[in-house]
Design a protein around this ligand. Structure first.
Ligand code: PEP
Length: 251
């Protein structure tokens, strides 16, 4: 299974800036001796730029996606974007349950599970984020927190669980420059894999990404772990060289 490297631009970008970033990435891929042979790539942009990404990336090896999706199918939900609308712009992915959404927008495990289900129903792959805070880690709750977050999704989507992507993102490592050691990350990924395996005989098919200050320097050792199937990349996805370095580290 190829590794999956997904950029999360968060609330960054502009029409001109996105175009230049994407073109530099595509030029970099074209110039590489063996362009990211072991990695599938995707970029998740603010919703208003999805049409632009579709135009820039449609004939390229990079897929695109959104950073969130509504828990509702359609209707009176001002400001929200439905999964079917993402599909209209050929989004392959939608991140759901990013810790910034859980923290600043009060998203619960149930909301995140419903969002994952909406995405799946529209043919968009949800990238379900789970992860503990620093306090939770320090009080020995890491395993119970990530299992509870994933259990809500397993409960809601049932046998479709093999169609999702999971991203383990320790909250204390996001945007802080602090990365989980490969061993720490692998330990949690193994827990998540076992939980998926209890829900489906095809759990090995599910990509479990690591996210949290991944960069060109630490990517290879993280991606070498047996249950780390790729990365969800925030800050480093805003720089073409860094993003491509992470993709090249995938083996
Ligand atoms: C993220 O936002 O999902 C993330 C992992 O951010 P960063 O790589 O900047 O820590």
């Amino acid at each position: 299974m190829n590794k999956l490297i997904v950029g999360n631009w968060k609330m960054n970008g502009s029409l001109a800036g996105n175009e230049s970033l994407v073109r530099t990435m595509l030029d970099g891929l074209a110039a590489a001796p063996a362009p990211a042979p072991h990695a599938d790539l995707a970029l998740c942009a603010p919703a208003v730029y999805l049409a632009q990404l579709q135009g820039l990336l449609k004939a390229s090896p990079i897929a695109w996606g959104a950073q969130d999706v509504s828990a509702h199918e359609q209707g009176a939900y001002t400001g929200e974007v439905a999964a079917g609308m993402l599909k209209d712009f050929a989004c392959r992915y939608a991140i759901v349950g990013h810790s910034e959404r859980r923290q600043y927008h009060g998203e619960t495990d149930d909301t995140v599970a419903t969002k994952a289900q909406r995405a799946l129903a529209a043919g968009v792959t949800p990238i379900v984020c789970v992860g503990e805070t620093l306090t939770q880690r320090e009080t020995g709750q890491t395993e119970s927190v990530v299992k509870r977050q994933l259990a809500a999704v397993i409960h809601t989507v049932g046998h479709c669980i093999t169609e999702i992507v999971v991203a383990y993102e320790p909250v204390w490592a996001i945007g802080t420059g602090k990365t989980a050691t490969p061993e720490m990350a692998q330990e949690v990924h193994a827990v998540l894999r076992a939980q998926l395996a209890a829900a489906s005989t095809h759990a090995k098919r599910v990509h479990i990404l690591y996210g949290g200050s991944m960069n060109g320097a630490n990517a290879a050792s993280l991606l070498a772990q047996p249950d780390i199937d790729g990365g969800l990349i925030g800050g480093a996805s805003l720089k073409a060289v860094d993003f491509l370095q992470i993709a090249a580290a995938a083996r």
